[in-house]
Design a protein around this ligand. Sequence first.
Ligand code: SF4
Length: 87
Amino acid sequence: MKDLFGVEITEKEYLAGGKPRSLSVYQRRQLGMDYRKAKEGEEQCGECSQHIVMAGAYHKCKLIGVSRSEATDIRVRHTCDRWEEIL
Ligand code: SF4
């Protein structure tokens, strides 16, 4: 099955509004970095050099993007393939 633009998609993706246009730029970055819940013993976002805290409460990743929206919020117990040690 193809979407309006001729891109091959599954029926499930078609019904969900297509792929990848239905994802925000932040969601696409998260997918590209394999942002996920950290397993036990794995490094976490809260210990990564790309992690920042805004207004003392909102955790953001500089690589995913920083905005005032909750769309860019991250979880400190998650991780990704781009984790970097704080120097
Ligand atoms: S582990 Fe990945 S998602 Fe988390 S703060 Fe670091 S770079 Fe961002």
